[in-house]
Design a protein around this ligand. Structure first.
Ligand code: NIG
Ligand code: FE
Length: 411
């Protein structure tokens, strides 16, 4: 296809709404640009012009290069910066127990929960993992997420961990979404914990980095998982192999992982339901993104992460689904955004910023999430003329089209 054939002028946009490009902190999260009656030019998958339709360079396009969207709102596509979309088995028994009062941590301490998903996932073959994960990824894509992070972490041993990451590599050949794989050190083995930590640092992390199977290392820092000291060791190994750092912290207890991640310049700290003043202040001072996961708040009935305080402290807040079978069976990035407004008290504008440019920043990406020249042309058209239907709608999709690098997907 020649460069000329890949040019499209999109018109018929009732509102084009975008946050500013790059990570946005504190009050700047509310600073959206809204162009009424807009048009946008996309060339080779990249936005080259945005403005009022009355000023669009219409004469430079022939009729089959013009796409009339018919008077609907356009927003940037979403990024889902935190999922565990590759798993086998189910947690339906846990769910039934939990809603009758058995705590998530108790189920985990008894060898169930995450550990039961690990047993089922370790027993699954690579093709089985891909077959199970593909419809989950496609559901997230349909829900507006054109960039999706996927963690390992349900491998009982290193082979199973590597198989999960290979599954993400194969999934990438079957979806239009951009997938970013992360190695997750999730829970320690029941025995031989110190040796395991050593082995991860000396064998698993170098292998994953060497084979480019992940771009980041994540750790679950929690009483029933890894300590702050173990997290520090994993992070040192990750850093020395050129991998980015991410952290699950303050889900149930604030152990000090958030402060460590901020000190070491991690891309993001995720969860934060139990964050208090010290953690909020650390995130407010740091470039580390504070990622909230409202699906967990809903499904585990946890306190909501303190978003108003985080934004007031100047933090860069992102949001994601945390799609996983145990704490967040949430298959929609749009619904995560809508829940962030209800449960965490994000304003609609803050929620859009959290789910776009800030979510991309939580993955180290600065080329997407805003509809301005130079950015990837990943965007959504809504069924509505008003963009606020995106955070407003519950239970059906307000999204009409998902566009990836200028191409409309058939969903
Ligand atoms: O992000 N909390 C740790 N890890 C996941 C849950 C995984 C699971 O319950 O299977 C989370 O909540
Ligand atoms: Fe998670």
């Amino acid at each position: 296809m020649s460069a000329r054939e890949s040019r499209t002028l999109f018109v018929g946009i009732s509102q084009l709404v975008t946050p500013q490009a790059g990570p946005q902190r504190g009050a700047a999260m509310r600073d959206l640009t809204l162009v009424p009656g807009a048009a946008m030019v996309v060339e080779d998958g990249v936005i080259v012009w945005v403005g009022p339709e009355s000023e669009a360079p219409k004469n430079a396009f022939n009729s089959d290069q013009v796409r009339d969207l018919g008077g609907v709102a356009v927003t940037p596509a979403l990024t889902d910066p935190h999922t565990h979309a590759v798993w086998a088995g189910d947690r339906l028994g846990d769910f039934e127990a939990r809603v009758q009062g058995v705590p998530y941590e108790t189920i985990l301490a008894r060898g169930g929960g995450i550990r039961s998903t690990m047993r089922a996932t370790a027993a699954a073959s690579l093709p089985e993992l891909v077959t199970l994960a593909l419809p989950r990824v496609q559901a997230l894509l349909r829900s507006g997420a054109t960039t999706i992070e996927i963690k390992s972490g349900y491998g009982l041993d290193f082979d199973a961990e590597l198989r999960m990451l290979e599954a993400v590599r194969l999934l990438q050949t079957q979806t239009s979404a951009t997938l970013l794989p992360t190695l997750l050190l999730h829970v320690p083995p029941a025995e031989g914990r110190a040796e395991y930590v050593q082995d991860v640092c000396l064998t698993l992390i170098p292998r994953v980095a060497g084979e480019r199977l992940a771009t980041a290392v994540d750790v679950f820092c929690e009483r029933e998982a890894f300590s702050v000291e173990e997290t520090r060791q994993f992070f040192a190994a990750a850093r020395s192999h050129g991998l980015n750092l991410k952290l699950h912290a303050d889900q149930f207890h604030a152990l000090g992982g958030t402060e460590l991640a901020c000190e070491l310049g991690a891309l993001s700290v995720d969860h934060l339901e139990a964050s208090a003043e010290a953690q909020i202040a650390a995130l407010g001072r740091s470039a580390t993104v504070a990622t909230i996961l409202p699906g967990v708040t809903l499904h585990l009935d946890l306190p909501a992460a303190p978003v108003r305080q985080l934004i007031e402290a100047g933090a860069c807040v992102a949001l994601g689904t945390d799609l996983n079978p145990g704490s967040s069976p949430l298959y929609s990035a749009q619904l995560a955004l809508a829940l962030g407004v209800r449960l965490n008290r994000l304003t609609p504008a803050e929620a859009l910023t959290a789910a776009t440019v800030n979510a991309a920043a939580a993955l180290g990406l600065t080329d997407r999430g805003a509809l301005v020249p130079g950015m990837r042309a990943d965007f959504l058209t809504l069924h509505s003329a008003d963009w606020r239907d995106l955070p407003y709608t519950l239970g059906t999709t307000p999204i009409q089209l998902v566009v990836v690098a200028g191409q409309e997907l058939s969903l």
